[in-house]
Structure formats: structure tokens, C-alpha cells
Design a protein around this ligand. Structure first.
Ligand code: BGC
Length: 750
């Protein structure tokens, strides 16, 4: 797959971390284990089916309480005692979970410990930026650190297994789940996937502060048609392997022992029933030795897909395909024993799945210490520590992307100017977390208003005006906003999406600002005062009107517990922005799916005016703000890209470099990117693809030579025979600040 060497930080190679990964990346192999084999010999078919079934917890703090599906609290106790479940998901109630574990290991016949899972995606009590926001840091080490801190905290709240990271490559911003992943690029997505796995799992999976990770959703979920959640996906196997699978492979190579099958079908075969995906590719080809869990009810959904006839058929097809654990439907529990007894399902298939489940439980130390993560005394020690709060602020600052900064309006001076903060989010604490941070306490977040007051002190000339609600106008709101702007020197307008408009089941037809908020920005801009727009969002947005013509535009995503402080740090220049877009900003919703690494066409658009070219009539194809783009407070210039040699042998490598200069007057952290393009290929290749990132700190007036080593694997692609290799031919290379910038070098592969 891809080359890991491309990710460097300053002059220090981050590959020290990457190398550690490769060392730890020995595939998890299922050796016959005497303990597990002994259990298997004693297990009834019902107990085996129990080990292959997980349910949402009741009695604690349940999530997703699908009406009528959750067993009652009393039924849970019986289920545990009878060995009819492998574990529970969604509770952080340590005392409750501990009491269940006690029953499992003391009162059940075989004393097999339960495993407790939860969606701990971007923090638990301490909330870090949404994964898409954090991906904008382009900083894999940061991603590893927040995942590590998340594991430390969540493992104090009864969690053994997190259903994270989400590693779906998402190229359509209408899909709400874009917010949960690392954006549109497979290479960046792969590096972040492996970093997050390393962070969650730590060095030792059995250690107290480690979480078992579950890269999801396997596979192709980001390609659902029209960006509509749960929709069907049509993906050629070449594209599947080149775009959608690499982050999974990277995550498994980094040591992930579990994965979750996705809700969607690919070319008519639902992932949860796809033996091609779950067995042939995952196990036979990749030698993945861990377990596959279905998504929530996705085994039962095989019926709605039109793939299975009834519940028993769905259980049969999912388990046969390679889906080891049924999440929430109870279908395995209900039907697997009978399927075996009737001869429709071989017990060997069941045993193999049970082996994998017990193997993973053993690998995380549950047989040695079933009470790991269930110590109420530890919870208080790991909840919201000062280090975690500091990390949330650091991650928040580093996730912010400055899209535009005309006349260097930012940073704002802390004194001397009156600033009107306007918009539905300026004082709002309830909407800082984003999707999936359901266990954090929103009252403990820092709102922008609080942060500004903290940063500027009580005498600052600042006002805070709501102007409108996120999705509706308020009486007199626009007038109040205009009046506030007129009394000030600068208006900072904070607009965007609600947390609930992003994430699962939050696909949207239009990725624009809600109309009342657009009207608010227009009204404020009409005062003639300089406007800074702060965007709150879980996807790339199609910006227009007064937003695009504002002096400055700042992406703030959903930044979590320290949101206000992180934004204020950047606004007032205590921290210079350094984030880069992990998703392209289109000009209009109708351009989606819109991504930088698209294939060329036979009629590429050359300029906006030419007819009979591949473009829409209303807008040019160029992104409003491209992938990789992000400004700082200084001016950075890139020299020409140079290759150390004009040719490269197919198995060789070549150094490629460019001089990067800080021509401004402030220190700047720069994120240099390496892009490649294969001019000819037997399957046409994208106009550019990212193959490396380097972080460097540049003092004003200084330059640095940024150098990447380009090797065959960076120039390879998946051929029609599904093998990945490099061809001879001409390659364009850019060392550049974004996916559309830079001066290319060429290289001939011979
Ligand atoms: C989501 C998964 C999640 C699961 C369990 C599903 O609806 O698609 O991402 O892990 O629920 O909560």
C-alpha cells in the first residue's frame, strides 16, 4: 500500500512512531489456544451463539435504546448468568458493569468474561475536536495523543472496546458521517487511521489505560450514493482497493484486532453478508486474525436489503460471510443453534467465530483480569485531568483552518478596537461537541463568549448578540445584530451547523448555511463594518454571498470541551492557525461528490468559459477552497519543485524537494505536502494524489528545504488484475501548500 515515510514533523522524522507501528504490526494470529479450545469443547451451541451476540446495556446508561429490543434489566442478569451474551455496549456506569462482570465470572457456567464496548469517538468526558476537525491538523501525532488520552479516560468508565476510529473515506459532503472520519484522502486517512489505532490501543493491549479499537465501517460506507446515509454503493473493486480499503489495511497493520461491517451494500452485496469482503479479502488475503462485529442490526437488515429471506437466513448469511458478532438484533442467539442442528450451518464456522471472539478477549487481558476498566476508584483519577484539558485546547487550536484573511484582519488586537461577536453560537455551550460526544458535560465546555472574556479581561470593548437561532430567525434579531456591528469596529460572526445536523442519519441535500444564518451574515455585512466569519461545521460547506466576501473565514468545526479557548487563542494571535482542509470546499452543493483526487476526463475544463468541457454551466470546477489549503498569519512562499534525478528505476527512489520561505513577519508552522500525478496509466489516475506531509516551523525571513523521498510504492496504483504496482512513464510531482498549488517537477519512471 502506501509509503509511511512521507510523514515528517519539523526536522524530526515522525517515522520513529511509524517504525514502532511496523514493529508492533505483526498480524494478530489465531493460534490454537488451550484455554479457548478447552472452553469450546465444553460450550453448548447456545453458549457459542451467546459469545457471538452483543446488546446495548440497560440498567446503566444505555444508548440507542431501540424500542422493544433491549432486554429488561432482569433479563440482562439472566442472560449473563446463562452465558448468552458476549458483552454489552453503550454504558459508562462502572458499578453496573462491574456487577454484570461479577455474575459472568462467578455465576455463569463457563465463567467467560464479558466485554464492554462503546462509541468513544473523540473523547468521553473530555471532548476533543470531531475527527474531521482533528484531521485538519494534518498531524498524526496529535491524533495518536488524543486517542491515547481518550483511552486513558474511557478505560476508567468501564469501556474495553471502542467502536473507533471511523476510517471511511468520504468524498460527498452531503453524507453526515463525513464528520466522524478523516476526510476525502486515502493516504491521509490511512496515516490517521494507524495513528488513532496506536493511540487507543497503546503499547500493550492488556494495560489498564488501553482500549481495543474497531476501525469501521468495513467497507465502502463513505461511497453511499448521493451522500445519503445507509444508501447503496456501487464501487469497482479497483476503486475499492485504491480508495476505500487502504485506511483499513493501515489500521490492521497498526494492530487493530476488530472491525465493524458497514450498513451499505457494495454492487448489490451488503457488507455484512459479503464473504468476498469479510473472508476472502480480510482474512484470506490480508491475514486479519481478529473479529468482525456487525453494525447495529445490520445482520437483520440483510432482509430489507433483499439479500436474506428471513431472520434465520440473515443470521446464516452474515455468519457464513465472516461476521462474527451480531450487534443488537439477537439473530445469532435465536437462530444459530437451530441452523447448526438442522445442518444448514457447519459448527466449524461457528467455532471459528467463537475462537476469534475469545481470542480477542484473551488478547486484551480479560481472562487474566475481568475487572479491568471496572475500578470505580480509578474513574475519578482519569476523568478530565489537567493534561487532558490542555490537550483538548491544543488539539482545538491545531484543528482550526484559516481559509481567507484579507488585509491581514486577523489576528485581532486585544485592545483598542470594539468587537461585536454575533451569531447563534457565540454564547452557546450546548453545540460545541459535535456528533458522538454524548457522555461529555456540555455545561463544562468553554463558550466563545467566556473565552473572549478570559482572554481580554472585563474591560474589553466586546458585545455578544445572538442575531438568530441556528435554524430560525428571532424577532428583532437582525436589527440587534446590525446595531451591535454599527457600534463596533469589527464584527465577528459565528455561524454554521448544529451538532445534530452532522453525523449518523444527518445527510443533507444542501450543504449551505441555514437561511436565517446566511441572512444574518448578509445583514451584518450590509453595515459596511469589516466582517470575520467563524464557521462551525462537520463537513465542507458551500459558502456564498457575504460569507465568501467577508475579510476572513475561519473553519472551527466542532472543537469540543475547549472550543471557545481554542478559537480565542487563534483570533487574538496567541496561536497562529496551521490547520489544512481535509475536505475540498465546493462552490455549490450540486457539485458533490467533490474531491481533489478525481480522475481526469477526456474534456478537462481549461478555463471557466470554454464550452463542451467537463463542467457545470453555473460554476467552474475549481474548489472555492481546495484540499490541503490553510493560511497562517505569515506569508509562505514555495520555490519550484525539483527532483534529484530525471529518471527513477521502477524499484528505486528519488528525492524531491522545494525551498519554503517565510516571507512574512511572524513565525509560522507550515504543512508542506507532496502530490504526485501519473500522466499515463492503464487505468487512469487522479489529477493529483497526496503522498507525503511534512511539518516545519519557520521563523520570519528564514527558508528551509523540504525533501521527500519518492519510491515505487508512492507511484503505484491498482491495476485491472487488482495488483498494485508502478508502471514506467512520466510523473508530475509537487511540493506544495495545497492540492492545487505548487510548481511541478517531472520524473520519468523507467
Ligand atoms: C453506527 C456505528 C456505531 C453503532 C453502535 C451504529 O448505528 O453506524 O458507527 O458504532 O451504531 O453504536
Amino acid at each position: 500500500m502506501f509509503n509511511r515515510r512521507g510523514f515528517l514533523m519539523g526536522s524530526v522524522a515522525l517515522s520513529s512512531v511509524a517504525l514502532a507501528t511496523s514493529a508492533a504490526a505483526k498480524p494478530f494470529l489465531l493460534r490454537r489456544d488451550p484455554l479457548i479450545e478447552g472452553l469450546l469443547r465444553r460450550m453448548t451451541l447456545e453458549e457459542k451463539a451467546g459469545q457471538l451476540s452483543i446488546f446495548t446495556a440497560v440498567g446503566g446508561a444505555p444508548i440507542n435504546p431501540a424500542e422493544g429490543l433491549n432486554p429488561s434489566a432482569k433479563a440482562v442478569l439472566a442472560q449473563v448468568r446463562d452465558g448468552l451474551t458476549t458483552g454489552y455496549l453503550g454504558s459508562f456506569d462502572v458499578a453496573y458493569l462491574r456487577s454484570l462482570q461479577k455474575i459472568a465470572v462467578e455465576e455463569s457456567r463457563l465463567k467467560i468474561p464479558l466485554i464492554f464496548a462503546a462509541d468513544v469517538i473523540h473523547g468521553l468526558k473530555t471532548v476533543y475536536p470531531i475527527p474531521l476537525g482533528e484531521a485538519a491538523s494534518f498531524d498524526v501525532e496529535l491524533c495518536r495523543r488524543t486517542a491515547r488520552a481518550t483511552a486513558q479516560e474511557a478505560s476508567g468508565f468501564g469501556v474495553h472496546w471502542t467502536f473507533a476510529p471511523m476510517v471511511d473515506v468520504a468524498r460527498d459532503q452531503r453524507w453526515g458521517r463525513v464528520a466522524e472520519g478523516a476526510g476525502e484522502d486515502p493516504w491521509l486517512g490511512s496515516r490517521i487511521a494507524e495513528a488513532r489505532v496506536r493511540g487507543f490501543q497503546g503499547e500493550d493491549l492488556k494495560a489498564e489505560g488501553s482500549l481495543l479499537s474497531c476501525p469501521k465501517h468495513f467497507a465502502g460506507y463513505g461511497a453511499v450514493q448521493g451522500g445519503m446515509d445507509y444508501n447503496t454503493a456501487e464501487i469497482s473493486e479497483v476503486t475499492l482497493r485504491q480508495v476505500h480499503l487502504p485506511p483499513f489495511k493501515a489500521a490492521f497493520d497498526a494492530g487493530a484486532l476488530t472491525t465493524m461491517s458497514s450498513f451499505n451494500d457494495i454492487n448489490g452485496v451488503p457488507s455484512t453478508g459479503s464473504r468476498r469482503l469479510l473472508t476472502e479479502i480480510l482474512r484470506d488475503e490480508w491475514r486479519f486474525g481478529g473479529l468482525v462485529v456487525s453494525d447495529f442490526m445490520s445482520d437483520k437488515e440483510l432482509i430489507d436489503h433483499g439479500f436474506a429471506a428471513d431472520d434465520a437466513d440473515a443470521a446464516l448469511k452474515a455468519l457464513w460471510a465472516g461476521c462474527d458478532i451480531s450487534m443488537q438484533s439477537g439473530l445469532y442467539l435465536k437462530h444459530v443453534p437451530a441452523l447448526v442442528r438442522s445442518g444448514r450451518l457447519s459448527e466449524k464456522v461457528v467455532d471459528e467465530a467463537v475462537r476469534r471472539v475469545l481470542g480477542v478477549k484473551k488478547a486484551i487481558g480479560l481472562f487474566d483480569n475481568p475487572y479491568r476498566a471496572l475500578d470505580p476508584a480509578r474513574r475519578a483519577k482519569v476523568e478530565g485531568t489537567a493534561d487532558m484539558i490542555a490537550l483538548a485546547r491544543e488539539a482545538g487550536r491545531k484543528s482550526i483552518v484559516l481559509l481567507k484573511n484579507d488585509d491581514a484582519i486577523l489576528p485581532l488586537a486585544k485592545t483598542g478596537k470594539a468587537i461585536a461577536f454575533i451569531g447563534p453560537f457565540v454564547s452557546n455551550k450546548a453545540n460545541e461537541f459535535g456528533a458522538w460526544a454524548y457522555a461529555g458535560d456540555t455545561s463544562k465546555t468553554v463558550s466563545l463568549q467566556e473565552a473572549v472574556r478570559n482572554a481580554l479581561g472585563p474591560d474589553a470593548q466586546v458585545t455578544f448578540t445572538e442575531g438568530c437561532k441556528p435554524t430560525r430567525p428571532i424577532d428583532g434579531g437582525l436589527e440587534a445584530a446590525k446595531a451591535a456591528a454599527l457600534r463596533a469596529d469589527i464584527a465577528v460572526v459565528y455561524v454554521g451547523e448544529l451538532s445534530s445536523s452532522t453525523g449518523e442519519a444527518a445527510s443533507t441535500i444542501s450543504i449551505t448555511l441555514p437561511a436565517p444564518q446566511q441572512a444574518l451574515v448578509e445583514a451584518v455585512a450590509a453595515t459596511g463594518k469589516p466582517v470575520v466569519v467563524l464557521l462551525k461545521h462537520g463537513r465542507a460547506l458551500a459558502l456564498s454571498g457575504a460569507v465568501t466576501s467577508a475579510k476572513a473565514i475561519v473553519c472551527t468545526w466542532f472543537l469540543g470541551s475547549q472550543s471557545g479557548n481554542a478559537i480565542a487563542d487563534v483570533l487574538f494571535g496567541d496561536f497562529a492557525p496551521q490547520g489544512r482542509l481535509p475536505v475540498s470546499f465546493p462552490r455549490a452543493s450540486g457539485q458533490e461528490p467533490f474531491y481533489y483526487n478525481h480522475r481526469p476526463t477526456g474534456r478537462p475544463q481549461t478555463d471557466a468559459m470554454t464550452m463542451f468541457k467537463a463542467r457545470y454551466t453555473e460554476e467552474p470546477n475549481q474548489a472555492l477552497f481546495p484540499f490541503g489549503h490553510g493560511l497562517g498569519y505569515s506569508r509562505i512562499d514555495y520555490g519550484k519543485t525539483e527532483a534529484a534525478a530525471p529518471t527513477m528505476a521502477r524499484k528505486g527512489s528519488v528525492k524531491v524537494r522545494a525551498t519554503v520561505t517565510n516571507a512574512g513577519s511572524r513565525a509560522q508552522h507550515e504543512v508542506a505536502q507532496l502530490y504526485v500525478h501519473l500522466r499515463t496509466a492503464s487505468i487512469t489516475q487522479p489529477v493529483r494524489v497526496l503522498r507525503g506531509v511534512q511539518h516545519l516551523d519557520l521563523e520570519p525571513g528564514t527558508s528551509a528545504v523540504v525533501e521527500f523521498e519518492v519510491a515505487a510504492e508512492d507511484l503505484g496504483y491498482v491495476h485491472a488484475d487488482l495488483r498494485e504496482s508502478a508502471d514506467p512513464g512520466v510523473v508530475d510531482l509537487w511540493v506544495a501548500p495545497s492540492a492545487v498549488a505548487g510548481q511541478a517537477a517531472t520524473l520519468t519512471v523507467i
